[in-house]
Design a protein around this ligand. Structure first.
Ligand SMILES: O=C(O)CCC(=O)C(=O)O
Ligand SMILES: [Fe+2]
Length: 207
């Protein structure tokens, strides 16, 4: 496995997962899921998304991938990142700044997946990306620094945390498919993935 990849299986127990899910459900009412589009073609993603934090990741036909402070349809600022997630970041990310974005991906049906990509829309490429999975298990693929070349599959189950830091921060990764029916957590099945990211460059600390 590429250095900097850290895996914490079932880091959240079932009760913690349920209580976080309840908080997310309430926030999603105000921060509705939207369907991002591929740049230039406008083809919709197979996952739905929303964000929490001062910046959210969005994408559409005309402007492509970017971070912005407001929801693309409601135009309201994103709601804050839930405290429990900030606590997980502080406990595990080993990074002095708080995350600015928590992207929520909802893999809602049999076709939901995420193609091989790198997270490179963040100016801060040093801060790790923190990922928490809820609901059905995902076949997560992680390769190296090039699109081609060997990759590993890891099954991400509900409550699992992954950190992409160090070299792994720049690794190609994606979700090949979801094992529908593998968890009872979400009422209608499917999977939620939450990734926390630092977007703006780290502050330079001087004496
Ligand atoms: O759903 C996942 O586990 C990965 C999500 C991801 O790679 C992303 O949102 O950039
Ligand atoms: Fe990613």
């Amino acid at each position: 496995m590429i250095p900097g990849f850290k895996y914490f299986p079932e880091y959240l127990n079932k009760d913690e997962q349920k209580s976080l899910l309840e908080k997310l459900r309430n926030k999603i009412q105000q921060n509705p899921l939207f369907e991002p589009q591929m740049p230039s073609t406008g083809k919709p993603f197979s996952v739905k998304m929303t964000n929490f934090g001062s910046l959210g990741w969005v994408s559409d036909k005309n402007q492509g991938y970017r971070y912005q402070a407001t929801h693309p349809s409601t135009k309201s600022p994103w709601l804050p990142i839930p405290d429990i997630l900030l606590k997980l970041w502080n406990d595990l990310a080993d990074y002095p700044e708080e995350p600015e974005c928590c992207l929520l991906n909802y893999y809602h049906n049999e076709k939901s997946k995420m193609g091989l990509h790198r997270d490179e829309d963040e100016e801060d490429q040093i801060a790790p990306v923190f990922s928490l999975s809820l609901g059905d298990t995902a076949m997560f693929k992680i390769g190296g620094l090039t699109r081609k070349g060997p990759s590993n599959f890891i099954k991400l189950a509900s409550g699992d945390v992954v950190i992409l830091g160090g070299k792994a921060r720049k690794a190609y990764h994606g979700v090949d498919r979801i094992l529908h029916g593998s968890s009872q957590l979400l009422k209608h099945g499917g999977r939620i993935n939450l990734t926390m990211r630092r977007v703006t460059p780290p502050k330079i600390h001087t004496l």
